[in-house]
Each structure stands twice: as C-alpha cells, then as structure tokens.
Design a protein around this ligand. Structure first.
Ligand code: NAD
Length: 237
C-alpha cells in the first residue's frame, strides 16, 4: 500500500513494485500529485487506485504486507501554499497509515526529510543530531509535520510493526531530459541541468526563503527507492 501514489516517488515506486510482481493499492487525494503519473497503470490487474485524503480513515480490505507512507506536499512551493494540509498529512495522515500498518501487521516506511534538522549546526547530520529548527518559520509546517511523523511510531502507540524512515535527498528527477509534469521548482532545476550538461560540479544554492547557503545532494529516485526496498526486505521476518 502506497500513500501519495500519484506523486513523483509514489508513482515510480508503484511501477517498481508492480514490475516485481507485487500487487499495489495506492491512495492519493491529488493535492499535488497528478493522475497522469498513473495513466499507464489504468487497467493493470494488480494496481488499484483510491482517490482519498489519508487524513481520513483508511479502510483496506485484505492483507497488506508493506505500507509506504509518501503522502505529503514535498516541494517548498507546494507546502508554503498548503501549510495546514502539510501539517495534517504529517500528523493525522501518519497516524492513520501507522494504524493501518498495525492492524495488518505490515512493515511501515515513512519518507521523512533532511528538513527535520532545520538549519543544522552539524554537517553531515547523524541520526543522533536533534537539529536546529525554527518551529514558526516559513518552512515550519513541513519540518514540524515530518518531525511529528518520525516520532509517531515511537510514542506509546506500541506499533508492533517494523517501521523506518527514509530521508530522500532534495531532488525529484529520474532522467534530466524528461520534464516531470508536476515539478515547479524549475529555476534551480534548470540551472542544475546546465551544470550537469557541461560536466561541472553542481553548486550550493540559496534557500528560497532567505539569505544563506543550503547544500543539497541530488539523488536519483531509482537509488532512493532501491535503498528503501532493501531496508524493508532486510527487516522482513
Ligand atoms: N522528492 C524529494 O526530493 C523528497 C525529499 C525528501 C522527502 N521527500 C518525501 O517523499 C514523499 C514523496 O515526495 P514526492 O517528491 O513524490 O512529492 P509529490 O508532491 O510528487 O507527491 C506527494 C503525493 O502525496 C499526495 N498527498 C499529499 N497529501 C495527501 C493527503 N492528505 N492524502 C492523500 N494524498 C496526499 C499528493 O497528492 C502527491 O501525489 C513526501 O512525503 C516528501 O516529503 C521527497
């Protein structure tokens, strides 16, 4: 089961799992995702799409082995426009997805973000670092929703599933030459494409909300999803 299946990572994950012979049920309310990302799966015998907000109760008939909780606005442009929805999906949506994982005895994976460290004093950040977050800053809705989401499996919900976090790094492209229809942070992206075309190192860039440098690692979705699937496989009894 994938939440946020109509988004960038969710739709690629659905392809990946289906190609490996799994059945996939995907939830999405299309707040930032697009049906066109799933159009090629229409009629697929092992893919079922449910258009639903995951902050509402999730009812999935039958067994579920894995819950991949990807639903959340992810681009700064999106979550700055959608702060309440971002907070809700990270909190209520995560509790619902975890509740489903618990009920189904499924493995649970959350896509968190390096944004949970805020403006970190430590580079690179180990998991033991608590971060330096402005809770009321412009990005607080995203940072805090993910911080809540990371906490949720650990609080006395006693979720007896194996749960884990993935922190995909900050980029959304698999193949640079195919424009992804929902991607809106185009300015930095175009600049980076030019650098890669010329074989130059990609520079640091400025965070959109103010001065200061922000270092980012660019990762291919294939690598991120492979690491996530490996982690889940390793932790499957
Ligand atoms: N892409 C990255 O570089 C990156 C980096 C770090 C973390 N992440 C995390 O990975 C996940 C997926 O990112 P993405 O790049 O695919 O983003 P995306 O915006 O392309 O996809 C997110 C999907 O979640 C859906 N969604 C949002 N709120 C929902 C709700 N309440 N109910 C149902 N569906 C909802 C959206 O409609 C969208 O289809 C997000 O949780 C994001 O925070 C992504």
């Amino acid at each position: 089961m994938i939440t946020g299946v109509a988004g960038f990572l969710g739709s690629h994950l659905a392809d990946r799992l289906l190609a490996r012979g799994h059945s996939v049920i995907g939830y999405d309310n299309l707040i930032t995702g697009r049906l066109v990302n799933l159009a090629h799966l229409a009629g697929h015998p092992h893919f079922h799409f449910v258009q639903q907000d995951v902050t509402e109760h999730l009812f999935v008939p039958g067994p579920v082995d894995y819950v991949w909780h990807f639903a959340s606005p992810a681009s700064p442009i999106d979550y700055l426009e959608l702060p309440i929805q971002t907070l809700k999906v990270g909190s209520l949506g995560t509790l619902n997805a975890l509740g489903l994982a618990k009920a189904k005895n499924a493995r649970f994976l959350l896509t968190s973000t390096s944004e949970i460290y805020g403006d970190p004093h430590v580079h690179p950040q180990p998991e033991s670092y608590w971060g330096n977050v402005n809770t009321i800053g412009p990005r607080g809705c995203y940072d805090e929703s993910k911080r809540f989401a990371e906490l949720a499996p650990g609080v006395p919900l006693q979720v007896e599933t194996i749960s884990g976090f993935a922190k995909p790094m900050n980029w959304k492209k698999d193949e640079f030459w195919v424009p992804f229809p929902n991607y809106r942070d185009t300015a930095a992206f175009k600049g980076w494409v030019e650098f890669t075309k010329k074989g130059k190192a990609i520079p640091s860039f400025k965070a959109p909300e103010g001065p200061g440098k922000k270092d980012a690692e660019i990762a291919y979705q294939k690598g991120e999803l492979e690491r996530s699937t490996q982690w889940l496989r390793q932790h499957t009894a």
